[in-house]
Design a protein. Structure first.
Length: 540
């Protein structure tokens, strides 16, 4: 997960980021040519990232990985990146947070503490770049400045800074323009689009302009310089759709993005999706391995993505085990899946059949049938403690077990087989596998059209008619306020809903779904501190 202190190698990553280069002919010597006769690489990786308030170290570490692939790999794989630094306020807050945490590791007032505090000043190297956006093409020959890693580094080159300060990177046209520039600068046979920052899955209120900080927390890429403005399923689709090239892969290097709502929305725009259902460790994907895997498989993208996914999840496991040292291993919640989008609509057809049967059984099956359905719903596999997203495939399988006469055998399920056909490769952390907590695909699950976002003692209930209510200790407090739209207005137009009709079940179901995450996932459980100290975890 996220390492608490900054290493000198990350400084090299900063220099890397700010070394502007261009695609050379050497990097494009492949047998394929474009319409104008220009030689094309097999792949161009288009990386679009943001520090999100506390991920600058990790994302710069990702970009450092761009420079460590095998030399031969750069002959047919280009990498183009655009990265926005976190705001100065966020950087300063993070520095203060680590300064405070330092006192729990080293006794204040000692020479060791003073030395550690001095080393912590390394964070301040970010300050001149706060809120700025850098755009560059990876050139391995211009990767690092000269000097020893144990000595001070020269000031970074500012030539890669692009656009105005504090530009909103979550505007659809910002992403569209970068994709177009990347494709023109480094044309290739295939494009791999990566979005890297925090992620939070799909919530209907996230698609609306509610000006309420506590609920503006679901989507992907959060611009901390613009009040956490972010891409939604709608605006992300718009940005990719309007680009001049169609990416062969869309990889969301962010937490909780493997949702049916995002998956179906993005499916027509790409051939493959790479998504995580649980959390993504701060270090993100293994990009050195991605470059090598793509280079080794110019005509077999599925094999390349499988190799990349396995290497990434294995690396996350190794990091978690190193941190555990001799103590009992802590729960490690991470996973990654690769999907074939060509099979997703067929999956949607099977989900529609399942949904039709579920609704008919609930309305016409009698009390015993409704009771069994309610029992399954009351124990649905919740993905995250705070939000009402549940494992759709697990939910369907458990309903089949409870009512095989209605849904058929779960061991010979057309829905299950259709889902299997979408999967290229799936891997969960070893801890998840050993404890049988693997997840497949999350989906919103409501009770009579309302859903609850849970913040411990404080909850927010959004009803189907467009009102939200504050919940204190699970009791409603105060009058309802408008969250902008109704459930039908937001969820109804989703491509997933258009194909499956899932919103019919969201409004019909009368059983409150499971309110706890079975895995006991605590988003603030990563860093081990004394019992009386608040714990902090950085998640993508």
């Amino acid at each position: 997960m996220r390492k608490p202190f900054f290493s000198f190698l990350m400084l090299a990553a900063l220099m890397t980021l700010l070394s502007l280069a261009s695609c050379s002919d050497d990097n494009n010597e492949t047998p394929k040519t474009g319409p104008d006769g220009q030689k094309l690489s097999d792949y161009t990786i288009i990386y679009y990232g943001h520090g999100g308030g506390n991920l600058d170290m990790q994302l710069l570490g990702n970009m450092m990985q761009f420079y460590f692939a095998d030399d031969e790999s750069y002959k047919n794989v280009n990498i183009v990146a655009q990265y926005k630094f976190s705001s100065l306020e966020s950087m300063q807050d993070l520095y203060e947070e680590y300064s405070e945490m330092l006192g729990h590791y080293v006794e204040p007032g000692t020479p060791e503490y003073d030395e550690a505090l001095k080393e912590l000043d390394i964070f301040k190297i970010y300050y001149p770049f706060a809120g700025k956006t850098a755009r560059f093409v990876v050139d391995k020959e211009k990767a690092f400045v000269s000097g020893d890693a144990d000595e001070d580094f020269a000031e970074p080159d500012m030539s890669a800074v692009f656009g105005p300060d504090n530009a909103d990177v979550t505007r659809p046209d910002s992403l569209t323009n970068f994709i177009n520039w990347a494709a023109q600068t480094c044309p290739a046979r295939k494009y791999i689009l990566v979005l890297s920052d925090h992620g939070g899955g799909f919530m209907p209120n996230d698609e609306t302009p509610v000006d309420f900080a506590a609920v503006r927390s679901r989507g992907v890429v959060y611009d901390d310089g613009h009040d956490k403005s972010h891409f939604t399923a709608k605006t992300l689709t718009q940005a990719i759709q309007q680009a001049s090239v169609r990416p062969s892969v869309v990889y969301l290097d962010a937490c909780l993005m493997n949702t049916a709502e995002y998956q179906f929305e993005l499916a027509p725009l790409t051939d493959y999706l790479v998504l995580s259902t649980f959390v993504v460790p701060g270090e993100g994907g293994n990009y050195t391995e991605l470059i090598n895997a793509l280079s080794a498989n110019p005509d077999n993208l599925e094999q390349a993505l499988t190799r990349f996914t396995k290497a990434t999840v294995d690396a996350w496991d190794e990091t978690a085990e190193e941190k555990a040292e001799d103590s009992d291993p802590e729960p490690v919640y991470h996973d990654m899946s690769v999907y074939r989008t060509a099979e997703i609509d067929a999956l949607g057809s099977e989900i529609k059949i399942f949904t039709d049967r579920l609704i008919a059984a609930y309305q016409n099956g009698g009390e015993d049938v409704r009771a069994k359905i309610d029992e399954v719903t009351a124990n649905a596999y919740r993905i995250d403690e705070s939000q009402p997203e549940y494992d759709l495939i697990d939910y369907a399988a458990n309903l089949s077990l409870a009512l095989p006469d209605v849904f058929g055998s779960p061991f010979d399920s057309p829905l299950g087989k259709a889902f299997d056909r979408t999967i290229v490769y799936q891997q969960s952390s070893r801890w998840l596998q050993e404890n049988e907590h693997n997840v497949d695909l999350s989906v919103l699950l409501c009770c009579q059209g309302h859903f609850i976002i849970d913040y411990g003692m404080l909850g927010i209930l959004f009803d189907a008619d467009g009102q939200y209510y504050i919940l204190l200790d699970e009791k409603q407090s105060g009058e309802g306020l408008s969250w902008g739209f109704t459930l039908d207005e937001v969820y109804g137009p989703l491509r997933f809903n258009q194909i499956t009709g899932w919103s019919r079940w969201l409004k019909l179901n009368r059983q409150e779904p499971n309110s706890k995450c079975y895995t006991g996932y605590d988003p603030f459980s990563n860093i081990t501190l004394p019992d009386d100290v608040a714990q902090v975890r950085r998640r993508k």
